[in-house]
Design a protein. Structure first.
Length: 327
């Protein structure tokens, strides 16, 4: 029996899953993404996890697909200068391929997710699919005319850094100003809440005081919102507007038939997602597509990574076919 491995490398957690060739998940394991040590540690722990998992089955692993935090050097299959883990830059494709002796393909996490969505998720049967994650960060991936969009370095999907505000008030972790992620991602919600609390003329509610001190986390915000807090209501409406404008911008650029939304903030707060959904039409020029929460849930990147191994996009095969000169 033949299997593939899908890997989802996040800033906090890495998941390694063993899949059959019809994309059924047989076994999955998760561990904390190593933040210490040099760049060789991350591929090393992935290799030992793949060996451990494949020792549980009779059969062979034929390929590995990886969806990772970026940015990437897609030709080499390396992560370069990521702000998310201590190592900053680390190799993936070459050391893993060498150690395991099987083809290994590396793409950005949201790019993997959209490939999974397109082949086995809500995008099945559609030629144009966009996936967007609203989580600690905001990112996206797109399939246009049945073609997975990669770009010159594998970063052609940085929708999280679409500029949605020119006032100069919102700074993004990337150093840019007014980026979607800099306003509405989980990591930036406390900062945005603090800023808006200083401009707020309404009643001084519990959420307001937390926000003023920079302590209004996404979890607190949505629980205050559910209990009817006025400032939380104002902030959630503002964030829904920002997310709707961002999603609409992706719709205007890629013209998809279906947009799926993943990431913990969206998946854990379906009422927030409904609010966003209602606001999208205001900002779109293209015929409005189906917009829904991803049916792949928390495993969207993992499943997508497995599909990258099972049914590798031809343009990715071309880009990553020969890295021997990088060894
Ligand atoms: Zn940015």
């Amino acid at each position: 029996m033949k299997y593939v491995v899908g890997v989802d490398i996040g800033a906090t957690k890495t998941k390694v899953g063993l899949f059959t060739l019809d994309c059924s998940l047989v076994y999955v394991d998760a561990f904390t993404t190593p933040k210490e040590g040099d760049g060789s540690l991350i591929p090393q722990v992935i290799v030992s996890k793949v060996r451990e998992i494949s020792s549980k089955i009779r059969g062979e692993v034929t390929a590995v697909g990886i969806g990772t935090i970026g940015p990437l050097d897609i030709r080499r299959g390396d992560v370069v200068r990521t702000p998310n883990v201590g190592q900053a830059s680390f190799k993936l494709k070459v050391p893993i391929e060498k150690a395991l002796g099987v083809k290994t393909y590396v793409v950005n996490d949201c790019v993997a997710a959209v490939w999974g969505e397109y082949l086995v998720g809500a995008g099945r049967g559609s030629s144009n699919v966009v996936y967007i994650t609203i989580s600690t960060g905001i990112g996206g991936g797109a399939v246009v005319d049945d073609h997975l969009i990669l770009g010159k370095d594998g970063n052609a999907h940085e929708v999280g850094h679409i500029v949605l505000d020119y006032s100069g008030r919102f700074k993004c972790g990337c150093g840019g100003v007014g980026h979607w992620e800099g306003i509405a991602s989980g990591a930036n919600i406390p900062k945005t809440a603090s800023l808006l609390s200083k401009e707020w003329g309404g009643s001084k509610s519990e959420a307001f005081w937390k926000a003023l001190k920079g302590l209004l986390t996404p979890e607190l915000l949505f629980s205050y919102w559910a209990s009817g807090d006025a400032f939380a209501g104002y902030l959630v409406d503002f964030l829904a507007e920002v997310n709707a404008a961002g999603i609409a911008s992706a719709i205007n650029v890629y013209d998809p038939e279906v947009v799926t939304i993943g990431g913990s903030i969206a998946l854990r707060n379906p009422e927030f997602f409904k609010l966003i959904e209602r606001k999208i039409v205001k900002y779109t020029i293209n015929r409005v597509p189906r917009v829904l929460l991803t049916p792949l849930g928390d495993d969207a990147v993992l499943v997508g990574a497995a599909m990258v191994a099972i049914n590798t996009p031809p343009n990715l095969v071309k880009l990553q076919s020969d890295v021997s000169d990088y060894l």
